[in-house]
Design a binder for this molecule. Structure first.
Ligand code: ZN
Length: 407
């Protein structure tokens, strides 16, 4: 069984070890077991360590470490010669990553303890991600920023008190200690129990990695919180250097957003509300102007309209979008009687009529498309066509001929 140095010496960054077993998953990917390790395997919401296992003639970049049947498995990618069982290797972990995870984990103990103390809410879930951490709590309380600020102030006060964080193994828990636990020992835990203690502020069974003293945690800062179900809330927070990195990212975004906005006197959200309102007014104005433009265009088209058997035939062959064709046609037949609209570009055609014209536009379109190998159809009032081998003028002329036949 691997000696777990990450528990006995959590601040050890480098060690010499012996490969007990190695499997090659393919040429460059390997999984190893060592006689002793400083790599923390993923568990309890804390991600695994990463780092390097190397000798003079090879190097294995470890990206994931996990527990299997009580053993610690190191997964990684090999560069250089092939390692073998019995090799003596230098083992080193990515200390910045590990130390930050230790701060996040210890910060979570403090935050969860203060939340329990202040609003009686138990922490039911915890996960450390690359950039932030997440806890889930169960409560009937409605969280808000005032309450969160009170919790943060008290949690950060615990940090500033420089309290030692102790991890003690017990074969059996003393009864008085058991009563002080923030969480019961899971039934899954077999054998020795590891209790992590921050004075009498937080006493809890835990197998994760923690800093030696609360002052190392640095700032504990909540970034977001939201209700997941009626009783479950999620709180996302950061500690240590990750708190500085994340807060600076948010501040940079804020200052850049502020730079792009004219009115800097308001809080940003007020300026955004003003912008949204002005955007919506401009949009309404634009729509109004567009309608006026369509009306003007229709007036011009009517002036040039031709008479076919007593009906006004309006012709449009401009290379504009199908959407514009449809708008012009719809507005035209809604506002004018005894009117037929014939529109065609190099790519598509659109025919429409006012209700008082006794020709089916679907039939008209199919007849015209049939002549020029095109495709199309629609309703009795409005039909569309395309994929034809004809110029716009040819489509229009053919449509006029068909109208004369049909009427
Ligand atoms: Zn812990």
């Amino acid at each position: 069984m691997t000696e777990k140095l990450y528990y006995s010496e959590p601040y050890l960054r480098e060690v010499e070890a012996t490969i007990a077993k190695i499997d090659f998953l393919n040429g460059k990917e390997a999984e190893l077991i060592l006689d002793k390790t400083i790599f923390y395997p993923e568990g309890g919401g804390q991600p695994s360590d990463r780092g390097v296992i190397e000798s003079d003639n090879y190097k294995i970049e470890i990206d994931h470490v996990y527990k299997k049947d009580g053993e610690v498995i190191h997964h990684g990618f090999l560069k250089g010669n092939k390692p073998k069982a019995g090799d003596i290797v230098k083992v080193s972990i990515d200390w910045f990553w590990r130390y930050e995870n230790m701060k996040q984990h210890t910060g979570q103990h403090i935050l969860s303890a203060i939340i329990l103390k202040k609003i009686g809410a138990e922490t039911t879930g915890f996960q450390i991600f690359d950039k932030y951490n997440k806890i889930e709590i169960e409560t009937d309380e409605k969280l808000n920023w005032n309450l969160i600020t009170e919790i943060e102030i008290e949690a950060n006060h615990v940090v500033s008190k420089s309290i030692d964080v102790e991890a003690v193994w017990y074969n059996e828990l003393p009864e008085d200690l058991e009563q002080k636990l923030r969480k019961y020992v899971s039934e899954k835990v077999k054998g020795k129990i590891r209790i992590v203690k921050i004075d009498d502020i937080d006493i809890v069974p835990c197998g994760g990695m923690h800093v030696k003293n609360t002052r190392e945690v640095g700032l504990i800062k909540v970034l977001r919180f939201y209700q997941k179900t009626s009783k479950v809330w999620r709180i996302e927070f950061v500690c240590g250097n990750r708190a500085l990195i994340e807060l600076n990212k948010i501040l940079l975004d804020y200052s850049q957003s502020l730079k792009t906005i004219g009115n800097k006197n308001y809080p940003l959200f007020k300026s955004i509300e003003e912008l949204k309102e002005s955007h919506s007014n401009l949009w309404k104005e634009k729509e109004e102007l567009r309608k006026q433009l369509i009306d003007l265009k229709i007036e011009g088209l009517i002036e040039k309209s031709i008479k076919v058997k007593g009906f006004n035939v309006i012709i449009l062959t401009d290379e504009i979008s199908m959407k514009e064709y449809q708008e012009i046609a719809t507005r035209l037949i809604d506002t004018h009687k005894k009117t037929i609209f014939l529109g065609a570009t190099n790519r598509y055609a659109l025919f429409a009529k006012s209700k008082d014209v006794a020709i089916d536009m679907n039939e008209l379109m199919r007849a015209v498309m049939g002549k020029f190998d095109g495709k199309g159809g629609g309703s009795a009032i409005l039909a569309k066509g395309g994929k034809y081998n004809a110029k716009p003028d040819e489509i229009i002329n053919e449509a006029i001929e068909k109208i004369k036949e049909f009427l």
